[in-house]
Design a protein around this ligand. Structure first.
Ligand SMILES: C[S@@+](CC[C@H](N)C(=O)[O-])C[C@H]1O[C@@H](n2cnc3c(N)ncnc32)[C@H](O)[C@@H]1O
Length: 218
């Protein structure tokens, strides 16, 4: 069991579920970049980890030059690793890695509304469906109308939580573009579009509460 979120990232080296999830997330990021109209592309990543999903794609993607991104992550070791990758890719003028609380609207000011919002490894760390609804509602602050939302949700105890997420998204003003289960069949990865309007001012300063702990990550 990982003792913290830094150690949790080591599971990417050994767990097929996480490796497959990363592959699908990267595929969806590339799809979203390819589908974006000419010109600037704004991206935010909520609880970004070390940014390997986005940075792994920007490394080689022809639209990388159009991207400006803000990644928000609370673990300073992960941020340090992400910043080193950004430097090595020569993307420091375009990609900001904020060491801060991703649940606070203030940490996105100046970087939103975004064209692509990455919320991977987050939905399984919310207390309940009410909290998921709250976060989805608050995506109106982070997202442009039509923004791509990329998300993940693991299953546990035979419960297909990703189906619940899809159902809630369907009834909350999001259009499904793609959804895949990992070949391990216990992790869902979704790509949706936000159909609602952007809100220039957040409804709440606290967008959601992240209550998960690394040793029990779902
Ligand atoms: C399950 S991991 C997912 C990381 C990354 N998005 C990925 O998919 O690889 C959850 C991440 O959320 C971060 N986190 C937890 N609470 C946070 C908060 N309040 N603000 C920012 N990041 C937070 C953790 O440090 C951890 O890196």
């Amino acid at each position: 069991m990982p003792k913290d979120w830094y150690e949790w990232h080591d599971l990417y080296n050994t767990e097929p579920k996480l490796q497959q999830r990363l592959e699908i997330v990267r595929e969806y990021i590339a799809y979203s970049l390819n589908a974006s109209p000419n010109g600037a592309i704004r991206i935010v990543s909520v609880c970004a980890g070390d940014g390997r999903d986005l940075l792994g794609i920007l490394k080689n993607h022809p639209r990388a030059k159009d991207v400006s991104a803000r990644l928000v992550e609370i673990n300073s070791n992960l941020v340090e690793r992400g910043r080193a990758t950004i430097e090595s890719l020569g993307l420091a003028s375009q990609i900001e890695f904020i060491n801060g609380d991703a649940t606070l609207a203030a940490n996105y000011v100046g970087a939103v509304p975004a064209d692509i919002v990455i919320v991977c490894g987050v939905f399984g760390n919310l207390a309940d469906e009410a909290e998921l609804n709250r976060l989805l509602d608050n995506l109106s602050f982070l997202s442009k109308q039509g923004a791509f939302i990329i998300w993940t949700r693991g299953h546990s105890n035979g419960i297909t939580y990703s189906e619940t997420v899809r159902k809630i998204l369907r009834t909350s003003g999001f259009e499904e573009v793609n959804f895949k289960l990992t070949p391990t069949r216990d992790m869902g990865v979704g790509l949706h579009r936000y159909l609602g309007e952007n809100l220039a001012v957040p409804k709440e300063q606290q967008l959601f509460v992240f209550s998960g702990i690394a040793s029990k990550a779902r």
